[in-house]
Ligand binder design. Structure first.
Ligand SMILES: [Ca+2]
Ligand SMILES: [Ca+2]
Ligand SMILES: [Ca+2]
Length: 413
């Protein structure tokens, strides 16, 4: 029933602008093509959508092609493509690694997702030409629409013999039952998950970089795992790396260097940034996490960074300097000065579930997904929500009643 509710985006944007004056500026600034093209754009965002039921891992993230009208769901080892009407268009299957968070790149029409093979010490960005995903059951290894780019920077931190005993003890099954027990992994890196395109940190415009967030183990006894780690890549020359993935012999084609490496002190969160996204309307990055377990931190579910926030070379508190003096230094980003605030640490954020699918779609509107399992099948329920600015309740579902017709003016609240 609910998936029949549709929201006329241009209409709702105007309505939300009226209801929330603070948004009016950003609406006008960020998507004039949507609002100002009279009659030409009737982009309709579903208020709710179900991502199907699959014999797969749980939903990890979503990507939305607003102009094309598609929603993509990562179910760990399956990618599902739906149109805005809720019709299943295709699925991509057939890998054993962990496909995590996604983003859609409007510049090339492709979906980018994090892909992990911890036992092989191999971490990739999957580059998926989703415009050609048009049927159910496409095998990743047999299609040229699925390509992968290796990330040596992640491999280096993940594989670091941190305690210097000459051997790397990784997540290869040895620590089953206590996956945080390894004394190794620089910054306690467990791999990668959150991905999003957006401007270089410190900027609100300019070239877009693919930004990849580390997974971080939730070891509450370590002090070197209290920062999120974000890598930025210019992907202009990535065609030369993008390769088919043969799981029996994982390739190593990828950029040796990163274009930026940044740290954000949120306190440890289990598996780092689960969902990373860039919101054009607020010009902010959002990081959705599984809540952390350290009692010394507030352990919020969602954090933000202002796009204009300049990174500063500073101490990474808790990360011993490799030279043995004080703390290691890195390019540090401050959290946005908004939301709830923890007095003891200064950490700010929100109690918002944003860990298995969160994606801004402009005009202060965001999709959030909730995962569920029934009769052995994994599903995802996606809800369109709008930003309220309320620290206690930052998002509320968009209702059909929120619809306004700009030709007739707003309806009574
Ligand atoms: Ca995840
Ligand atoms: Ca070691
Ligand atoms: Ca994302």
């Amino acid at each position: 029933m609910s998936d029949r509710h549709r929201l006329a985006m241009a209409v709702s944007a105007l309505a939300l602008g009226l209801a929330c004056p603070a948004l009016a500026d950003s609406i006008a600034r960020t998507a004039p093509n949507v609002i100002d093209a009279p009659g030409a754009t009737s982009i309709t965002l579903p208020l709710k959508q179900n991502g199907g039921a699959w014999p797969s891992g749980h939903v990890q993230g979503v990507a939305v092609d607003v102009q094309g009208g598609y929603i993509y769901y990562s179910f760990t080892n399956l990618l599902a493509k739906y149109d805005f009407s809720g019709k299943l268009i295709g699925t991509l299957v057939g890998w054993t690694g962990h496909l995590g968070d996604l983003d859609f790149n409007p510049a090339d029409g492709k979906v980018y997702g994090s892909l992990e093979y911890k036992e092989d010490k191999a971490f990739y960005i999957a580059v998926i030409d989703v415009s050609r995903l048009d049927r159910v059951g496409v095998e990743a290894s047999k299609t040229e629409i699925f390509r992968t780019v290796y990330l040596p920077e992640v491999v280096s931190d993940y594989s670091a013999d941190l305690n210097g005993d000459g051997k790397f003890e990784g997540d290869d099954g040895k620590f089953r039952g206590d996956v945080v027990a390894s004394p190794d992994h620089r910054y306690d890196c467990s791999g990668i998950d959150g991905v999003s395109f957006g401007p270089a940190f410190g900027h609100t415009d300019g070239p877009r970089y693919l930004t990849v967030a580390y997974g971080v183990y939730g070891n509450t006894r370590r002090t070197d795992n209290d920062h999120q780690v974000l890598l930025q890549y210019d992907i202009a020359d990535w065609a030369r790396y993008a390769s088919p993935l043969t799981e029996a012999a994982p390739h190593h084609h990828g950029p040796a260097a990163v274009d930026g490496k940044y740290f954000v002190r949120t306190g440890n969160t289990s598996y780092g940034v689960q969902n990373l996204s860039y919101d054009e309307a607020q010009q902010r990055w959002f990081m959705g996490v599984y809540r952390g377990q350290k009692p010394s931190f507030p352990n919020y579910g969602l954090f933000a960074i202002e796009a204009r926030e300049r990174p500063v070379l500073a101490d990474l508190i808790g990360v011993p300097d490799p030279g043995g003096k004080g703390w290691e230094q890195g390019q540090l980003l401050k959290l946005a000065d908004d939301g709830l605030k923890n007095a003891a640490t200064g950490v700010r954020g929100w109690n918002q579930k944003a860990d298995v699918g969160s994606q801004p779609v402009g005009h202060g509107l965001f999709y959030f997904s909730v995962n569920a399992k029934s009769e052995g099948l994994q599903t995802a329920d996606l809800t369109l929500m709008r930003w309220t600015g309320d620290a206690q309740k930052p998002f509320v579902p968009v209702r059909a009643e929120d619809l306004r017709d700009p030709m007739r003016g707003p309806v009574a609240p």
